[in-house]
Design a protein around this ligand. Structure first.
Ligand code: S3P
Length: 431
């Protein structure tokens, strides 16, 4: 699935685009809809490769799911309704599909095999397989269940209180979803910092009570999910590429419509403000289980900043494009406490530093992040690669908008994982 693109400087970006649906929320809507009783209609569904992997896995477990351009209808069969798949469940490049599905399958009395692509095969699964085993699931796989391929047989689960060493919504969600399958028992996940809370919010929309405090979430097992219609807000992680583009391409003004602004995801907005960007956030009225806004960004004069601690889980997926932003800020930007970057679709400390260095950025890797000194003119006339990582690909495509000379981007197709209309949107805004 290799594909290369030649990309050139853009003089300005002007106009308005509708950001495609949130990846995390789209996955969860299909999964929870599949476990619920009744029909769930999901609108503004993200038609990216990752979310389509989730659809295909649940179809293989007997759930009727219709996909029609951004509208997905799921005929939920109830919490016990999943059938044993006769085929392997292929998660493609999707960590969210792998980890959340492991949680769901842990409490389902069927056998399933999970495989994914080469990137998935490198990502640590013991962070979910270990706690799920301690709840009673039977899981095996490569290196004793640390990596895919994995095989799972669900069983009777008991509730646990799990103190996760990492702030990870995938870990938290997998355990809470398994917790729903216990017999009236309590399951609590405690994190070092709060991770995104889409599972907690959406479970409530499906009629399940979730108790939350600062850094913990608790469910009681044995409750049925009731189908509900879901509108998926635009993905702030996708919006981030155009927020940065708007701030660094000269004479630009971009409006991004219908962007999800869940406070556990808005670290990129905090960073843009901290760095001095001209940004306006217009929150929509009305009730939804996730807050939504239109965001206007203009070309900005930027200063370096320090990004770490609690802020990291709120912007973990935006760090590649924040690194690019920092190359255009006056002074030093330090990104720390972000060693989770090493276990994303690629080791994003390595891939960000190696590819931005090729463009002339002053950036160096640290143990838990990176340090960028600005402001540097990106020179272009280079061949860079997404390394099969959608967010590295999009960051480099935005870098090409300001580089002096054209850039060749290897494996641009990786971008389809989360933003299949990315290049159309870029062309639409380019003036
Ligand atoms: C996600 C959680 C995050 C994020 C990923 C999506 C989710 O991963 O990086 O893109 O949908 O729960 P971690 O849970 O590993 O931090």
């Amino acid at each position: 699935m290799s594909s290369n693109k030649n990309l050139s400087k853009i003089s300005r970006l002007v106009g308005s685009i509708e950001i495609p649906g949130d990846k995390s929320i789209s996955h969860r809507a299909v999964m929870f809809g599949s476990m619920a009783k009744g029909k769930t209609e999901i609108s503004n569904f993200l038609m990216g490769a990752d979310c389509l992997s989730t659809v295909s896995c649940f179809q293989k477990m007997g759930v009727e799911i219709q996909v029609e351009e951004k509208v997905v209808t799921v005929e939920g069969k109830g919490i016990d309704g999943l059938k044993e798949p006769s085929d392997i469940l292929d998660v493609g490049n999707s960590g969210t599909t792998t980890r959340l599905m492991l949680g769901i399958l842990s409490g389902t009395p069927i056998h399933a095999c999970i495989i994914g692509d080469e990137s998935i095969a490198r990502r640590p699964m013991s962070r979910v397989t270990n706690p799920l085993r301690s709840m009673g699931a039977s899981i095996d796989g490569r290196e004793n269940g640390q990596y895919t391929p994995l095989s799972i047989r669900g069983g009777n689960l008991k509730g646990i209180t799990y103190e996760s060493p990492v702030a990870s919504a995938q870990v938290k969600s997998a355990i809470l979803l398994a917790g729903l399958r216990t017999n009236n028992e309590k399951t609590t996940v405690i994190e070092p910092h709060k991770s995104r809370d889409h599972t907690e919010r959406m479970l409530r929309a499906f009629g399940v009570e979730v108790h939350e405090d600062e850094t913990s979430a608790t469910v009681i097992g044995g409750k049925e999910l009731t189908a509900t219609d879901i509108f998926v807000p635009g993905d702030i992680s996708s919006a981030a590429f155009f927020l940065v583009a708007g701030a660094i391409v000269p004479n630009s003004e971009i409006t991004l419509k219908n962007v999800g602004i869940n406070p556990t995801r808005t670290g990129i907005l905090d960073v843009l403000k901290m760095m001095g960007a001209t940004i306006e956030i217009i929150q929509h009225d009305g009730q939804s289980f996730e807050p939504i806004a239109d965001i206007i960004i203009k070309t900005s004069t930027l200063n370096g900043t320090i990004i770490g601690g609690d802020l990291i889980p709120k912007l973990i997926d935006e760090i590649p494009v924040i690194a690019l932003l920092a190359t255009q800020a006056e002074g030093e930007t330090i990104i720390k406490d972000a060693s989770e970057l090493k276990v994303k679709e690629t080791n994003r400390i390595d891939t960000v530093v190696s590819e931005l260095t090729k463009l002339g950025a002053n950036i160096k890797a640290t143990d838990d992040g990176m340090i960028i000194s600005g402001r540097t003119t990106l020179k272009g006339n280079a061949t860079v690669s997404s390394h099969g990582d959608h967010r590295i690909g999009m960051m480099l495509a935005i870098a090409a908008c300001i580089a002096d000379e054209p850039i060749q981007l290897i494996d641009a197709k990786a971008i389809d994982v989360s933003y299949p209309t990315f290049f159309e949107h870029l062309a639409q805004l380019s003036k």
